[in-house]
Design a protein around this ligand. Structure first.
Ligand SMILES: Cc1cc2nc3c(=O)[nH]c(=O)nc-3n(C[C@H](O)[C@H](O)[C@H](O)COP(=O)(O)OP(=O)(O)OC[C@H]3O[C@@H](n4cnc5c(N)ncnc54)[C@H](O)[C@@H]3O)c2cc1C
Length: 595
């Protein structure tokens, strides 16, 4: 049975020692976020994840969700009780402003807890994550009446949320949506269509399910410009706000899938269902924007989460499993063999996972603090800079953390040898569950295109220039710190690769857009590597400060793990640059019939 220890100390190190959360004390909700409070909140969440969710993860995977002949869907044993405990803990509204019924704490804490939840039980974590997405969309785009009707129920967990975009003929290309909404004159619309792959579309955890639905109002323009967003609950709210009559929304089928078996992935039928417009007609994508960006960050966090739990179990196994002898001579001559952790190739895998996890967590915390600034700062310049950061880094976090996170679950499985392939050790579940973050919330190829095709050029390249400037300034200001130089120099080389790649696109991809398309995934990873390398420099600097005060094993390990990253992972930027500069020719030369 896999075990899990939530990385509470590591998050506290990042928030308090690397990113100095106290410097944001002027932001609403931050004054209370002392080191003690951060530790207490994270500790409480960790206990719930370790004690309640981890034990449900494997049985939930084996049992899966069930759809009954009457269309009801039940979740695996124990999920309803765990959900009850989760909502009783007030976790759903942890970072929702106090004025709207939440606790107003920093979003950074919510993202940290999202990691713990997804590591412990990704299937479970998705139910409240969808509610949080609906809450965000209604806060920003709902009418006052919608906010007062839905937010209290969603925050209390009595009602849960979903997001209905995908249809059989329409996935990445939302312009192909066919679901129709016919206005009824009294403010409501009748929605008809079939949505597929809808996470948490139907289940038994909450009394009501609030669906956000993208649909096309009759007569609206074709493509994405004709999409509107609707809120359509499973049970219509009665005038007193309580659950009323059943709406014409049903789960037609459950998908049979590779992983996240305990999360109900539903085909949903809307048969003239009653819904209300959120935001303006034909501005549906804009209204979904907030929710989609947050959801993308959460999905990146899921990649990290699975990488971390897989790593933790692989490390424990490597300390126990005895095979062969250390190349430098037996480490345990009294035993028939040494534990496999003595082998450099096993270390290569463990250090690859570990050095990614710690930097990825830093990247998430850095960006989460930017989202707090973007939402809460009253300084226009700071808000704009934070918003630029979020826009630029969101596709990178979604794509890179889920790609590398999945690769790490496979690597952790490899550490287990054959025991990783059979079910008993639980490692194959991480591989199966870890595959989905690369696909949903916009497949990773689409994230890469978003970065290269939209985010780089936006506002004359303001966001990417600010990122380059930040890293360059950081490198220049610390060039004389000898202890940091082994980290700064490789980062400087990789930053140069990223800048060369950016320039190459500017010179070669505007007239020949296939050059951008063929290089976009490499560019996203190149960007991610530089961002992760920058995070390592920031962490090493903070670790050096702490080590100056006296020996500290954890901080010493940071220096070593950071060195592994800059020596053995970061050089991949040269390969990525070479691929980008090769252009699209050999990729596109064969005719489609040749495949
Ligand atoms: C388990 C699960 C849960 C899900 N939950 C939800 C949910 O809750 N709500 C919801 O609305 N949807 C949900 N989805 C749907 C998910 O978001 C889509 O599967 C995803 O966006 C990809 O769409 P698609 O499957 O139609 O693939 P397609 O769009 O057909 O893409 C296929 C491949 O082509 C690539 N591609 C497509 N267009 C381009 C292009 N222009 N340029 C380059 N490459 C391109 C993609 O990157 C991908 O690799 C879920 C899916 C799954 C499997």
């Amino acid at each position: 049975m896999p075990t899990y220890k939530a990385p509470v100390d590591d998050v506290a190190f990042l928030l308090c020692d690397v990113f100095h959360i106290e410097r944001h004390a002027n932001l609403p909700g931050f004054a209370d976020a002392s080191r003690d409070l951060v530790a207490a909140v994270l500790g409480e969440a960790a206990r719930f994840c370790e004690d309640v969710l981890v034990p449900l993860n494997r049985p939930g995977d084996a049992e899966g969700c069930r759809r009954h002949p009457d269309g009801r869907v039940t979740t695996p044993a124990g999920f309803a009780e765990a959900y009850r405990q989760f909502v009783a803990g007030g976790w759903i509204g942890l970072s929702v402003p106090a004025g709207l019924g939440g606790q107003g704490l920093p979003l950074a804490l919510t993202y940290a807890i999202d990691e713990f939840l997804a590591a412990a039980n990704l299937s479970f974590a998705m139910y409240p994550a969808l509610s949080q997405g609906v809450i965000a969309a209604l806060i920003f785009h709902g009418s006052p009446a919608q906010r007062s009707l839905y937010l209290p129920k969603l925050l209390a967990g009595e009602w849960a949320g979903t997001m209905n975009l995908t249809e059989p003929q329409c996935g990445s290309d939302l312009g192909l949506i066919r679901t129709r909404a016919v206005p009824h004159g009294d403010g409501h619309y009748a929605i008809t269509g079939t949505k597929m792959f809808i996470s948490a579309g139907e289940h038994d955890l909450a009394d009501n399910i609030v669906h956000l639905v993208l649909a096309r109002v009759a007569g609206a323009p074709e493509g994405t410009k004709g999409l509107s967003l609707f809120v359509a609950p499973k049970f219509l709210p009665a005038p007193d706000g309580r659950r009323g009559a059943r709406n014409a929304i049903a789960c037609g089928a459950l998908e049979h899938k590779m992983g996240i078996n305990a999360n109900a992935t539903c085909a949903m039928d809307f048969d003239g269902a009653t819904g209300w417009l959120v935001g303006e007609e034909n501005r549906g994508l804009a209204a979904l924007f907030t929710m989609m960006n947050e959801a993308r960050l959460v999905v990146g966090v899921q990649g990290l989460a699975l990488s971390d739990i897989a790593y933790q179990n692989a490390a424990a196994y490597a300390r126990e499993r005895a095979q062969g002898r250390a190349l430098t001579g037996a480490k345990h001559p009294d035993k028939p063999a040494d534990p496999i952790i003595v082998h450099p190739d096993i270390r290569r895998m463990l250090m690859t996972m570990r050095s990614f996890n710690e930097a990825a967590r830093a990247l998430v915390m850095w960006t989460a603090l930017a989202s707090d600034l973007a939402r809460r700062s009253d300084d226009d310049t700071a808000r704009q800079a934070a918003d630029d950061h979020m826009g630029l880094l969101t596709p990178v976090i979604k794509g890179v953390l889920s790609d590398r996170g999945f690769a790490n679950t496979v690597m952790a499985q490899q550490v287990f040898g054959g025991a990783g392939y059979v079910r008993d050790a639980g490692m194959e579940q991480f591989v199966r569950d870890g595959r989905i973050p690369m696909i949903y919330e916009g497949a990773n190829g689409i994230q890469a295109l978003d970065l290269v095709g939209r985010k780089l050029a936006r506002n004359g390249g303001r966001a990417v220039m600010a990122f380059f400037k930040e890293v360059q300034t950081y490198l220049a200001e610390r060039a004389n710190i000898d202890a940091l130089n082994p980290y700064l120099l490789p980062l400087g080389r990789s930053l140069d690769h990223l800048q060369q790649a950016t320039l190459w696109f500017m010179q070669n991809a505007i007239a020949a857009p296939d050059n951008a398309g063929a290089g976009s995934t490499d560019y996203m990873h190149l960007f991610g590597l530089v961002a992760l390398g920058y995070m390592w420099c920031r962490m090493v600097e903070a670790a050096l400060d702490k080590l100056a005060a006296g020996p500290d094993e954890r901080m010493h390990a940071k220096l070593v793990t950071g060195r592994f990253f800059v020596e053995r992972i970061l050089p991949e930027t040269a390969l990525r640059l070479a691929r980008i500069q090769a252009g699209a020719e050999s990729t596109m030369a064969l005719p489609a019939e040749a495949f």
